[in-house]
Design a protein around this ligand. Structure first.
Ligand SMILES: Nc1ncnc2c1ncn2[C@@H]1O[C@H](COP(=O)(O)OP(=O)(O)OP(=O)(O)O)[C@@H](O)[C@H]1O
Ligand SMILES: [Mg+2]
Length: 313
């Protein structure tokens, strides 16, 4: 039985002229670390809101461990730990109280030795131990996000859903957070992650779905996605303008230009194009393309469907 199953899910917000989700179908198997990627407005949070029972699908079905999120809501919700994208919290409680209260909603026995030990472990792993007795309103933005992560995990849900958990979180915590989530995944928890940090997705997720304007435009193992695109990347600094012939395959960040190539012939022809245009690239490096290149290629190109829809990691 899949951990999460989306079947033909559609969503049109009331009064909207467009479909926020359009016939989205895929399954996530138990134990997978699954990435859901897409640009702003692609429909990621909408899909997660439907999963969480916070929004109603206009069509289709969504199940968590076999429990329909509408007709069997309580069991579905109990199986999920959701870290929402928006910071929502109650300013009057301390961090520890907020975790106890959240646990209470999910039937965690308040004050039991076991539940307190788990709360301590969550605080420790999320770098919150010294804030345990601080009021929520006294925390910085990144610390509030850490508390949201802890709240989602307090009832030890088998399926963990993280909607941009690292937005606004500092480098050190990103690393400790990923170590912790990776450990939970190793212990058997299923993880569904959305992030705009594609190097995180590349490092962590064994399979990835990409959404564009509410549709699944790619769904495959991460390694297959990486293998299926332009494999080589030229990186250099350039002071003048880039020759227009290269614009479609280039990513420009200030002076830094990255150009994808499929093979060595293409590398040569890119260098020739630069030379013929009188460009003088500096600090030229040649390396492998990464998930960000794949993402841009898929978002700018035709849909890449779907080499192994059914097969999991
Ligand atoms: N409550 C709502 N009412 C109407 N439209 C909405 C609502 N929530 C989202 N939308 C619209 O649905 C589309 C998908 O939004 P969604 O929040 O799911 O995107 P997202 O992929 O999570 O984007 P981001 O990366 O910015 O978080 C957008 O066009 C958005 O404006
Ligand atoms: Mg979102």
């Amino acid at each position: 039985m899949p951990a999460i199953s989306f079947q033909n899910v559609g969503k049109t917000y009331s009064g909207a002229a467009f479909k926020a989700l359009d016939d989205v179908s895929f399954d996530i198997q138990p134990g997978e670390f699954f990435g859901l990627l897409g640009p702003n407005g692609a429909g990621k949070t909408t899909l997660i809101s439907i999963l969480a029972g916070l929004a109603r699908a206009s069509s289709g079905t969504v199940k968590v461990l076999g429990h329909d999120v509408v007709s069997d809501y309580a069991a579905a919700r109990m199986s999920l730990g959701i870290v929402p994208q928006e910071l929502v919290f109650d300013p009057f409680f301390t961090v520890r109280e907020a975790l106890r209260i959240q646990g209470g909603y999910f039937g965690v026995k308040r004050g039991s030795k076991e539940s307190e030990a788990w709360i301590d472990e969550l605080l420790e792993n999320l770098g919150l131990t010294d804030k345990a007795n601080a009021n929520m309103r006294q925390l910085s933005g990144g610390m509030k996000r850490r508390v949201l992560v802890a709240q989602a995990l307090v009832h030890r849900p088998p399926v963990i859903v993280l909607d941009e958990p690292t937005a606004g979180v500092d480098v050190e915590l990103r690393q400790t957070l990923w170590q912790f989530v990776a450990r939970l995944n190793k212990e058997g928890h299923t993880v569904l992650l959305t992030t705009h940090y594609l190097e995180e997705a590349e490092a962590l997720c064994s399979r990835i779905a990409m959404l564009k304007q509410g549709r699944v435009v790619a769904l495959d193992r991460t390694s297959a996605l990486l293998a299926g695109t332009a494999s080589t990347m030229l990186r250099f600094k350039l002071d003048g303008p880039l020759p227009p012939q290269l614009a479609a395959q280039s990513r420009v960040t200030g002076r830094i230009v990255q150009v994808t190539a499929h093979d060595t012939h293409e590398v040569e022809s890119i260098l020739a194009t630069l030379r013929n245009a009188g460009c003088h690239p500096e600090d030229l490096e040649i390396g492998r393309a990464d998930l960000e290149d794949v993402f841009l290629e898929i978002m700018n190109g035709p849909p890449r469907l779907v080499s192994n829809m059914e097969s999991a990691a």
